[in-house]
Ligand binder design. Structure first.
Ligand code: KIV
Ligand code: ZN
Length: 515
């Protein structure tokens, strides 16, 4: 392939994705996500919004120091302090980028920015120049580009390129465009702007109408050569374009999408599971590429065809995206060595303490569950990763349930090293368990999501529970897995509570949400 056919993948899971309410990640979690993005060959990782909080700044610096291959970008509004802070954070990177943005649509100018078109043009020139004085790689984004008249958008793009922007991103911020319109916008701008060939054009699509991936590919047909996307399509509202869908569309339909992309799709399943575990956002079963059912063929006609020739119904092979045949893995006699090997095979590298705890829970699981599958180990390890360093832990739970009522829970928790036990009743065993948590750790948060699914088949399957808590506009999601649904529920609630408390102790970076 020729150089100009390379489409750069710009992953914004750690910035646009992490901004979605309830999806915030700890530093350790961000580092894990960044590592897998770098390993998989993502060209640019947008590591965060450095001015938003000290935590965001620290995460961008640390990711910048550790990244091997990817360019590390930090987001900045069109404000000098933002640009300087982003420059400070990405200067640790082998290759850093400042990504600065300003709104350009009439509705944003009038109601949000209260600025005239001419004022915004001046802001573009001064802020892009300031960024360019700090670093050679500067991306400029026109927020709400798709609702901006072409004539004005062209003037903005021209000003940004003249001031030194090397990438021009034209986002569909509100997920409003159709593929034809989005493609036409890129063609029109690239024709109208005299120095358009001096910059790489980029797509950034939100999925409000379910068109984010289609629009991204249409933008590429219109001349864009960078796609901004997130793992699992994580992002505010309906999310962003899903990286795994983009990468597999480019690969599977190379006949009509002749672009070269450096992401190795074998990593996408692992990346999807990691992002789901650390964000607490479950992946829908029928999600393209990474959903549990993405490669499952249930109907008789499909199964018959698949047995005769997999290509009758399968356009991609599960192994292309890193899905391995589900195997019966281990039992209660498996030792530490076998467990470590299995973790390596599944792509997990965890520290010694986390390993010991995961191994203890594996043994405990093996005592209660006859067959242990890869999915069981993954649920267990992801739970371990997501709950590392938590202040509050579930130690023991006994529940009295059944038709008689009232249902009762006797719960012991470790709160900052102190064990506390309470007995509570409730409308059902889950309610009783959650009431006991509230007695031990009083809080005002409301439960906004309670979801249970079975990790594998069978009545002894582990239940994976997701819980989302909300307090004063902040949200946090936690997950728990166990063969006992009530234990899994208690763990998920406590994990969400830990995250909510951690977020309450740091400045609210979501007041500075970019989108
Ligand atoms: O959607 C959007 O417009 C953004 C910008 C900050 C690039 O996320
Ligand atoms: Zn966005």
């Amino acid at each position: 392939m020729s150089g100009q056919d390379h489409v750069a993948i710009f992953d914004t899971t750690l910035r646009d994705g992490e901004q979605s309410p309830g999806a915030s990640m700890t530093l350790e979690e961000k580092l894990q996500v960044a590592e897998i993005l770098d390993d998989m060959g993502v060209d640019i990782i947008e590591a965060g919004f450095p001015i938003a909080s000290n935590g965001d700044f620290e995460a961008v610096c640390e990711i910048a120091k550790r990244a091997d291959k990817a360019v590390i970008a930090g987001l900045a509004r069109a404000i000098n302090a933002d640009i300087d802070r982003a420059g400070d954070a990405v200067r640790y990177a082998r290759r850093g980028r400042i990504h600065t943005f300003v709104s350009t649509s009439p509705i944003h100018l009038e109601f949000q920015m209260k600025k005239t078109e001419e004022e915004v043009l001046e802001i573009i020139t001064s802020t892009v120049s300031r960024a360019r004085n700090l670093i050679d790689d500067v991306e400029w984004s026109a927020m709400d580009a798709t609702r901006t008249p072409i004539a004005y958008l062209s003037r903005c793009v021209e000003a940004a390129i003249r001031a030194g922007a090397t990438t021009i991103n034209l986002p569909d911020t509100v997920g409003y465009a159709t593929p034809d319109e989005y493609r036409a916008m890129f063609e029109a701008i690239r024709n109208a702007v005299p120095d358009a060939d001096k910059a790489i054009f980029s797509v950034h699509c939100h999925n409000d109408l379910g068109l984010a991936v289609a629009n991204s590919l249409a933008g590429v047909a219109g001349g864009a050569r960078q796609i901004e996307c997130t793992i699992n399509g994580l992002g505010e509202r309906a999310g962003n374009a899903a990286l795994e869908e983009i990468v597999m569309a480019l690969r599977t339909r190379a006949d009509v999408l002749p672009y070269d992309c450096s992401v190795d799709p074998k990593f996408v399943t692992r990346a999807s599971k990691l992002v789901s575990a650390v964000s607490g956002f479950p992946v829908q079963y029928n999600k393209a590429i990474v959903g549990k059912n993405a490669f499952a063929h249930e109907s008789g006609i499909h199964q018959d065809g698949m047995l005769k020739n997999a290509e009758t119904y399968e356009i991609m092979r599960p192994e292309d995206v890193g899905v391995k045949e589900t195997s019966l893995v281990m039992g209660k006699h498996s030792g530490r060595h076998a467990f470590r090997q299995k973790l390596e095979e599944l792509g997990y590298e965890i520290g010694d303490n986390a390993f010991e705890e995961a191994f203890r829970r594996f043994k405990d699981l093996a005592d209660r569950k006859k067959h242990i599958y890869d999915e069981d180990i993954e649920a267990l390890v992801e739970n371990e990763i997501a709950t590392q360093g938590e202040q509050i832990k579930v130690i023991a739970l006994t529940v009295i349930a059944g038709t008689g009522g009232p249902q009762k829970a006797i719960l012991t928790m470790d709160v900052n090293g102190r064990h506390e036990t309470r007995e509570c009743s409730g409308d059902g065993p889950v309610d009783a368990t959650f009431n006991a948590i509230k007695e031990i750790v009083p809080h005002e948060a409301n439960l906004s999501l309670y979801q249970v699914h079975a990790v594998t088949e069978g009545t002894d399957a582990q239940a994976e529970v997701s819980v989302r808590l909300e307090q004063n506009g902040r949200m946090a999601t936690g997950k728990g897995a166990d063969t006992d649904t009530l234990v899994a529920s208690a763990r998920a609630y406590v994990s969400a509570l830990n995250r909510l408390m951690a977020r309450q102790n740091r400045p609210d970076h979501h007041e500075l949400r970019a989108v």
